[in-house]
Write a protein that binds this ligand. Structure first.
Ligand code: GTP
Length: 593
């Protein structure tokens, strides 16, 4: 065990984690070039296309130091705030973390948040200044910022360039010297933390585990502590190699397959032990993040429902931050209420469902969860506006407030304060660190989760960074807007918004629906109501019955074209009784919130 090092690579988005990971693999000669591109880090198509890490990936490499050979298990983690659940899980499997900071860009919000996470778990943090090959790199200033803002010593930091390879050998030496080898005892009963899992079409469920005590071998009978279910280990090994090993020892990170095809019992975060000689205590669980907003997914083709359910189960196995439960809409039928950590998380899950499972979806507007105190004092938590009781029966609505930390160069501070105030933010602190400012605001989560991040990036030319966590529920003047199309309430279009914004938001929703709503053979009223009072209204004027009435004479091709256009339009729509509502209307609401 003395020659094992387990560490995560953490950083703000784009500071170079994946490039550094690839460089470490290449220098240690672990894999061929073909293997590097086909299976190592950022292996999902979506990751390559978007240039971001979505899933944490674990790899073992051998580093031949002067005297000994070391086994380095490291996990490349995502930098985007929407995937911080992956980071927390990865950190729980390690003794150390490399904190990568771009030497030109400096400290950013996720640098601080990820580093605090690692320190809270008592990990040894090794700061690494990356991209020092860049002409505008300023390692001295960035070091100062790290000491001032995060409060860790830069005495043992390493300067490197993941791109050119400069400083990587020095980094490997520091990893060996500074990151402790795993503790634990191979003679104690087995305790292994499940840090990830995924579904393989041929092999069933694969678990990634970190052995904290004892060892595990093929044919062992294992069980999840505090649960009755037992499994038999069929295969095991260490990533990225797919070939089998016979044992996984104390301190190692590896995969096991137990022939599980039923994926309903998710055990990421649980502790595995031996059935014959069980350990009594579970290992500490990692902090699970709560989803920031929920929305409904309905399959466009209702016959895809059970296939869709299976796809969600498989995705959740691989993404414990994804939450879902069955839901039903009078108009859209059976679907699922799903929870996400942010818009990017939603986009990724939606893309994976569409690409990997070929499911086309109707997506409703996202909403945060609210605490409702009714007139008779009962408290309920509601994450779907259509389930909100009548406003007359509600005494208070409490909304979630997030604590936000923004780090920005000084020159953008004016615009950023304006943005926070517009989004009902309350300033908590503002601290100058030479050329950077760290500013803290309490902002309602509903204002944050959708396009706040993009607007912050736009007004700061991409330089300001944001990190936020749930702080508390707070009573607010909120109201529910219901939408009626042709006098029928469309429950999936209901939304909750602040009293001061109701008229504005109601008008926007109605305008948006009008944009997508096709004309029918009769007038269709679209109304926004609060309780029973109409606060905004538009009418879709009736369609002329005969689309080719203007084509006098014999212009057949034009007539055909018009008729085909009408047919295409109709095909695109999903029919609901007498009025056709195109699926775009449900998703279009995302843009206005
Ligand atoms: P996420 O996983 O999405 O958070 O990003 P990341 O931190 O893994 O960053 P990634 O390795 O994808 O690098 C981001 C960009 O920086 C890429 O264009 C890299 O080529 C570039 N880059 C990484 N390291 C260096 C370096 O040492 N020098 C220079 N000049 N560019 C680098």
């Amino acid at each position: 065990m003395k020659n094992i090092r387990n560490f995560s690579i953490i950083a703000h988005v784009d500071h170079g984690k994946s490039t550094l990971s690839d460089r470490l693999i290449q220098i240690c000669g672990g894999l061929s070039l073909r293997e590097m591109s086909s299976q190592v880090l950022d292996s999902m198509d979506l990751e390559r296309e978007r240039g971001i890490t979505i899933k944490a990936q674990s790899v073992m490499i051998k580093y031949k130091a002067k005297i000994k050979t070391y086994f380095l298990n490291f996990i490349d983690t995502p930098g985007h705030v929407n995937f911080s659940d992956e980071v927390s899980r990865s950190l729980s499997a390690c003794e150390g973390a490399l904190l990568i900071v771009d030497a030109a860009q400096g400290v950013e919000a996720q640098t601080v948040a990820n580093c605090r996470n690692a320190l809270n778990l008592n990990l040894k943090v090794l700061p690494v200044l990356n991209k020092i090959d860049l002409p505008n790199a300023n390692p001295e200033k960035v070091s100062q910022d790290i000491e001032n803002i995060i409060g860790i010593s830069m005495k043992n930091s390493v300067k490197c360039s993941a791109k050119t390879g400069f400083g990587i050998l020095e980094l490997l030496e520091q990893i060996i010297k500074k990151i402790p080898s795993p503790s634990g005892d191979i003679n104690n009963p087995l305790q292994a933390l499940v840090i990830d899992s995924w579904f393989d079409k041929y092999l069933g469920v694969v678990f990634l585990i970190r052995i904290k005590n004892g060892y595990i071998k093929i044919k062992d009978r294992i069980q999840v502590i505090n649960k009755k279910i037992t499994y038999q280990v069929e295969k095991l090994g260490i990533l990225p190699q797919k070939e089998n090993k016979k044992t996984l020892l104390c301190g190692e990170v590896g995969w096991i397959i137990c022939g599980i095809k039923n994926i309903s019992s998710i055990i990421v975060g649980e502790t595995i032990t031996s059935y014959i000689k069980p350990a009594q205590k579970s290992l500490p669980k990692f902090k699970k993040l709560n989803q920031k907003f929920t929305l409904d997914f309905f399959p466009t083709h209702p016959d895809q429902y059970s296939y869709f359910k299976d796809a969600l189960m498989k995705l959740q196995l691989n993404d414990t931050a994804l939450y879902y439960e069955p839901d039903m809409s009078k108009i859209l039928g059976l679907g699922f209420r799903c929870g996400f950590l942010g818009l990017l998380h939603l986009e990724i899950i939606q893309s994976r469902l569409e690409r990997e499972y070929n499911i086309s979806l109707i997506v409703t507007a996202p909403t945060v969860g609210y605490e409702i105190i009714s007139i008779n004092g009962k408290k309920v938590y509601i994450d779907n506006p259509s389930k909100l009781p009548n406003m007359n029966n509600i005494k208070k609505i409490r909304e979630p407030i997030a604590k936000c930390n923004i780090i920005t160069p000084i020159k953008y501070i004016g615009n950023i304060i304006k943005l926070c105030v517009e989004n009902r933010g309350k300033q908590k602190s503002l601290v100058y660190h030479q050329t950077q400012i760290m500013i803290s605001y309490d902002i309602p989560l509903s204002e944050l989760v959708l396009n706040f991040f993009d607007r912050l990036k736009a007004i700061s030319s991409g330089y300001a960074s944001l990190e936020y966590t749930f702080k508390k529920f707070k009573t607010s003047k909120l109201m529910k807007i219901d939408i009626f199309i042709n006098s029928v309430k469309i429950d999936s279009l209901s939304t909750v918004t602040h009293k001061n914004n109701v008229i504005h938001i109601a008008k926007l929703i109605i305008k948006n629906i009008k944009k997508f709503m096709p004309r029918h053979q009769f007038d269709i009223p679209i109304q926004a109501k609060i309780s029973n009072t109409v606060i905004a209204r538009e009418t879709i004027k009736q369609l002329r019955k005969n689309v080719i009435s203007k084509c006098y004479g014999g212009d057949v091709s034009r007539k055909k074209k018009l008729l085909q256009k009408q047919k295409r339009g109709k095909k695109k729509m999903k029919n609901f009784g007498s009025v056709s509502i195109p699926p775009e209307i449900f998703s279009s609401i995302i843009a206005i919130n």
